[in-house]
Design a protein around this ligand. Sequence first.
Ligand SMILES: *[C@@H]1O[C@H](CO)[C@@H](O)[C@H](O)[C@H]1NC(C)=O
Ligand SMILES: *[C@@H]1O[C@H](CO)[C@@H](O)[C@H](O)[C@H]1NC(C)=O
Ligand SMILES: *[C@@H]1O[C@H](CO)[C@@H](O)[C@H](O)[C@H]1NC(C)=O
Ligand SMILES: *[C@@H]1O[C@H](CO)[C@@H](O)[C@H](O)[C@H]1NC(C)=O
Length: 400
Amino acid sequence: MAVSEALTKTNRSITTWTTIEAILYKLFFNRYTLILFYAFWFLFGVLVLRKTQNAIAAVRYVKSHSESVSLSSIENSQEFAHLIKTLDKKFPKPPAIFLLNQYALNMTDNFLCNTATLSGVHERFIFVTLDTIARDTIKKRWPDIQQFHWPTSSLYKPFSFAEGAYQIIYLLRSNLAIALIKKGKSFWMMQQDTYWRKNIFDMNYEDNMSYDAIFDQLGSDEEQSMRKEWVNGANFFIRANNDTQLFFERMSDKLAHWYTPDMGVMIHQCHTWKKPVCAYIPHKVVYSWEWMFTEQKDPPYLMQLDCETDGGSKLMQLGRYGFHFVNPDGSCNNEKVALAKAKMENGTVEVKMTKMLPSWGRLQFKAYWYIVDYMLWTPIIGEYLKPYLALVGFILMITI
Ligand SMILES: *[C@@H]1O[C@H](CO)[C@@H](O)[C@H](O)[C@H]1NC(C)=O
Ligand SMILES: *[C@@H]1O[C@H](CO)[C@@H](O)[C@H](O)[C@H]1NC(C)=O
Ligand SMILES: *[C@@H]1O[C@H](CO)[C@@H](O)[C@H](O)[C@H]1NC(C)=O
Ligand SMILES: *[C@@H]1O[C@H](CO)[C@@H](O)[C@H](O)[C@H]1NC(C)=O
């Protein structure tokens, strides 16, 4: 009796619903909507499982290969002792460290052609070559560039974002950072997929003692983005001291055991630790390739060209925008370097969108950051989430 009474009551109240509510009710309990609803969660579940599988595979890969990039193996090596000697003798200012294997040679060549036009820049570079082909090719073509040869068999292949090898390279970078800091060496960590319009070393970021580390940042000034002061992690300066040592020791710990991007760890630690003091390079000095899609005002010194993730097509993509500087015969095309500079300063870099559509990579990138932005805009929770969100970056990027 009680049940049927309740049902009649419900029925009566349904009739008093406004039309909008009735439509919503219908929509929600419509059979097809239900099927869609379940299909969505089914797909979501499949994606989560896939991500979990990837994460487990990557963490396993790191565990089984981490010895080859460990701190003790670096510190106890002849090669590292030699590197410290070179730094003492030939580097009055902090070096800039780059990593590469043979699959990044074309991109590296492009970058060296670009930076060869700026005086005194190559003298500050140390290239960490991860295989003999990379070492020998660079030595032959650019004999003046200092090298730290660290053959790492787990990195003898092309790798893409979020794979185990990607984690290994960041673990190596972090352990090398600790080793250098322990020797009292401050340094820049940099990436070759960057166009240098001007020499960033002219900014003398090393001399400003108000911070311990200064990072390039994600996001942009234009959007008033919530992602301001988010470490991008492609180009940054670290001053050697006890606080930065702890910063990288904790980072190595995390990279060795967790499936998380290194920039996620940097963001987290910079936003939740009191020391080291993190600072951020303004977008006027270092910007991502997103700059080309803005009004192209205030051309940055450095523009990181992180548009496509795979090496081969990335260079082709850069060619389309006018940032490919190597002639077919392998020589440098200095006119093209100068033209790229002029176009940036003129604000007239031509951004050709293939078939009038943005590239898949760009679309994915945008979609991801919009989601993150909206999550950060959530009142109260947003502020709280900020340092943690980047840690789960790999999980959120469902399209990988
Ligand atoms: C040093 O860095 C801080 C923080 O980025 C900045 O506010 C200040 O202007 C810099 N000082 C000099 C002399 O450049
Ligand atoms: C840094 O750490 C070392 C060894 O733990 C210690 O001897 C030194 O006093 C510390 N330096 C500073 C400035 O705290
Ligand atoms: C690098 O460039 C050379 C010459 O343009 C090409 O033959 C080679 O396939 C490229 N390598 C990669 C890994 O893209
Ligand atoms: C600079 O801009 C002007 C006007 O938009 C254009 O005519 C010229 O070709 C541009 N120069 C370069 C080097 O792009």
